[in-house]
Write a protein that binds this ligand. Structure first.
Ligand SMILES: Cc1cc2nc3c(=O)[nH]c(=O)nc-3n(C[C@H](O)[C@H](O)[C@H](O)COP(=O)(O)O)c2cc1C
Length: 266
């Protein structure tokens, strides 16, 4: 029995969840969902297939949508599960519905839906998580992971209960966010503290940041608004409009920036 876990992450929460889960399952491979993969033939013949994704604007990052669409699932009836990782108390949004639809379009079904709350990674005053709250969420994660692993080992069916009205509202948030903002990276800039280390460019899962004249340059076409660039900047030189100035930065304390770098840079 082997398991493959595909995770998308901006600030490491989904990677932490994926790594911890892999400790409780045999023969598990972790793959980061990144833009670079989309130029390749994507396929899997794993027995268990998992997707660990953050909720962004109530739904999945566009890159996750593209990745799953392109993924060729070769096993006849694999056990497919999703772990929604979210920052709000009930922040799953339409993540399960979206992935269920993508999987169904491939002729497969989603067997189990799990969720874990982690610290919120939007760098805004209203979304900051206190140290006590972080501690509590990290503890809850370590309790929850073995329970999820046990369900996966037993191939339990854990469907998600759709809430129609809530879904309509969340779908509006999701579609609105992607439509109205146009290019999501419009507000990013690096100030004079930038040391041209290119951490932001290497981390960006969407290949959306290049380096020009010693500073990052956002390409304005593929940003997922995961905030990885801003949150991992070692000099806190990156801001998003004015509202991130002076706001405490967050990334998962047990994940290192280089774990998120695209392999070719290592
Ligand atoms: C732009 C943006 C929008 C978000 N929207 C939601 C949301 O709608 N609901 C929610 O619960 N969390 C939301 N979050 C919080 C993340 O889902 C959460 O912090 C997650 O743990 C981040 O995981 P990562 O470190 O793997 O990227 C949002 C985060 C960002 C950056």
């Amino acid at each position: 029995m082997n398991t493959i876990i595909y995770y998308f992450t901006g600030t490491g929460n989904s990677l932490k969840v994926s790594k911890d889960l892999s400790q409780h399952l045999d023969n598990t491979e972790l793959i980061q969902i990144r833009q670079e993969w989309l130029s390749q033939k994507l396929f899997t013949d794993a027995d268990n297939i998992g997707f660990v994704v953050p909720t962004i604007f109530s739904g999945i990052p566009k890159l996750v949508d593209q990745f799953i669409k392109q993924l060729d699932i070769r096993k006849k009836s694999p056990y497919i599960f999703v772990i929604s990782n979210h920052g709000d108390p009930k922040g799953i949004g339409i993540v399960f519905e979206q992935i269920q639809k993508l999987i169904a379009e491939k002729g497969h079904s989603l067997a189990a839906c799990f969720d874990i709350r982690m610290p919120h990674n939007v760098p805004e005053k209203d979304h900051l998580t206190t140290n006590d709250e972080k501690k509590r969420l990290f503890q809850e994660e370590t309790i929850r992971i073995p329970i999820i692993a046990e369900s996966i080992r037993k191939a339990e069916l854990i469907p998600h209960k759709h809430k129609k009205i809530k879904n309509i509202f969340e779908r509006m948030i999701y579609n609105g966010a992607y439509k109205s903002t146009g290019s999501l990276d419009k507000g990013f800039y690096a100030n004079e503290r930038c040391i041209n280390c290119a951490t932001c460019s290497r981390i960006c899962p969407a290949q959306n940041i290049g380096m020009k004249d010693g500073r990052p340059k956002w390409k304005q076409d593929n940003c997922q608004l995961c905030f990885g660039c801003l949150q991992w900047c070692p000099k806190e030189a990156i801001q998003y409009n004015k509202r991130t100035i002076g706001i405490e930065r967050y990334h998962h304390p047990q994940i290192k920036a280089k774990e998120l770098f695209y392999k070719k840079f290592e």
